[in-house]
Design a protein. Sequence first.
Lengths: 110, 114
Amino acid sequence: GESVGLHLPTLSVQEGDNSIINCAYSNSASDYFIWYKQESGKGPQFIIDIRSNMDKRQGQRVTVLLNKTVKHLSLQIAATQPGDSAVYFCVPINAGKSTFGDGTTLTVKP
Amino acid sequence: NAGVTQTPKFQVLKTGQSMTLQCAQDMNHEYMSWYRQDPGMGLRLIHYSVGAGITDQGEVPNGYNVSRSTTEDFPLRLLSAAPSQTSVYFCASSYSRGGEHEQFFGPGTRLTVL
């Protein structure tokens, strides 16, 4: 089965700085990847996705990079804001099935 | 659209009781899933369905049953509740079309088993 590991369980950044959250996955057959944000007491919320045939995708203030050779993804958040404080999950999708790891807790200091 | 709705929001059970967590979606999505999330951890897949009449086990299926008689509804049944099933339960629905895949989560049900 798939396993997902985030390189750091917690990350603390200063407001206005850029944040980078890293993720490693195990199953090379995963064909789609989604980054979710989960705020306290809420369900996960979709941030950005990337297909396995891409190596970069940009959204509003967020960029996801995919390196299939080493099975690694990263989520970059530009100009991090206090509202970005949450737990972030990278989720590989394989045949419609998703696998969550334990997430990285991002704390933004004002 | 209401999206994904879950009821109840909170529930307290005694060991051995049974109950059903309800989940409904109005987006005509083919995929639906149930996850549990224990404190400080990620979500673990309990059961999932790729369409009406089709269900399959996820990572932690023991102690739970599901059925998918309609596209809209995907109830999760706890047959005989145990304290180890104390958790937050999330239902999700998703679609996969033209290479795009998006998953929407409900607000969760907080279950405590005494």
